[in-house]
Design a protein around this ligand. Structure first.
Ligand code: SAH
Length: 348
């Protein structure tokens, strides 16, 4: 039975399904989930590290700087959440090997990859073989010890629930997924949740995983910094942001569960609140363009151009895509969550 049919059967048995559960099944179902079974990255959608090597290289430089700030711990865990095709880490590690401090950092790090997808783990294991990565299922499973963590476009795949107010603004409803004549459809059910009643907006998307993430970080016993880059608004919660991508085009999220990527916007305001509640220190969110320029994107681009003069045009175009406010520069944000009491970090 196809994943779509199994979802429909579940809805018939149990009633309309929260969007979070639909996302979980469509992305991670062991036999048909999008991430679980395919490495469609770069085909259905493109991310910053897949756009330009400058991205991973700058994050590698950030790691070296922060490792120095932490007092050069040896060993320490370099963790990546959702490494995709491993491109960011390949570029980061290569960039690290070009300086003396970077090489010392490389010698001290133990690479831990948090990856849910067996298909992508395979790609990552091959491309990062030289760094002997250890794979874990969840951030929770990263052993104790000092840690630097990178995560690009990870938060946007954490399942979200969608809520909206009635047209007269009094009652809250949850948008759920039902079925009709063998197709999936959107519907609404009453939502009487205390925290919703305090909201001032008319609709919002809520990712419960943001709280879990902050709580797991706050329970770590040793100093750490965790850098997240993703898209989403800073000043108000996202609403109705569930989207699907296939072959580079936006498609109907309900159309082919498992065969297309699903994503939501990240609520950076909510992430900040959760991080504060968990007692973490917060830097940002800052627009990606500003962050990368502060880390030296321009100089990095120029040295790439000097080494590959024939590719000058494409190197420039790709770097521009990352930093230009009208492209990825503003829509993407960087936020750094740290254990308390660390000195200031680079880039913020
Ligand atoms: N960081 C990469 C890939 C982004 S796609 C890049 O920037 O190119 C999202 C990645 O997160 C995929 O590797 C996906 O399999 C992984 N992922 C999504 N949800 C996850 C979860 N709950 N636990 C672990 N990995 C997850």
């Amino acid at each position: 039975m196809s994943l779509k049919d199994r979802i429909i059967r579940l809805i018939e048995a149990d009633g309309p399904m929260p969007i979070s559960m639909f996302m979980q099944m469509a992305l991670h179902d062991p036999s048909e989930g999008y991430y679980a079974t395919r490495s469609g990255l770069g085909q259905d959608f493109t991310t910053a590290p897949e756009t330009s090597q400058v991205f991973g290289e700058l994050l590698g430089a950030w790691v070296v700087h922060e490792w120095d700030v932490l007092g050069r711990p040896q060993p320490f865990h370099l963790v990546e959440l959702g490494p995709g095709r491993g491109t960011l880490m390949v570029d980061a590690l290569r960039a690290m090997s070009s300086s003396e401090t970077g090489r010392a950092c490389l010698g001290a790090l133990q690479l831990i990859l948090v990856e849910a997808s067996p298909a992508l783990r395979k790609v990552q294991a091959e491309r990062l073989q030289h760094a002997s990565p250890v794979f874990v299922d969840d951030l929770q499973d990263v052993p104790e010890g000092q840690m630097l963590l990178l995560a690009n476009e990870f938060l946007d795949c954490l399942p979200a629930r969608q809520f909206e107010r009635d047209t007269d603004g009094t009652d809250w409803f949850e948008v759920r997924i039902g079925s009709e004549n063998g197709e999936l459809t959107y519907g609404r059910v009453r939502a009487d949740l205390d925290w919703l009643l305090k909201q001032t907006v008319g609709a919002l998307d809520h990712q419960p995983g943001l709280r879990t993430l902050c709580e797991i970080l706050s329970h770590r016993k040793h100093p750490f910094r965790a850098l997240f880059v993703d898209y989403g608004p800073m000043d108000q919660p996202p609403a109705g942001s569930l989207r699907a991508y296939k072959d580079g085009a936006q498609v109907d999220p309900l159309d082919q569960p498992g065969a297309q990527d699903l994503t939501v916007d990240v609520d950076f305001g909510a992430l900040k609140t959760e991080a504060e509640t968990a007692g973490l220190e917060i830097l940002g969110p800052l627009p990606q363009g500003q962050f990368l320029l502060a880390l030296g994107a321009e100089a990095r681009m120029q040295s790439l151009v000097r080494a590959n003069p024939n590719d000058a045009r494409s190197i420039f175009e790709a770097t521009k895509r990352l930093v230009d406010p009208s492209e990825m520069g503003n829509r993407f944000k960087a936020i750094c969550l740290s254990s308390s009491g660390l000195p200031r970090t680079a880039g913020f």
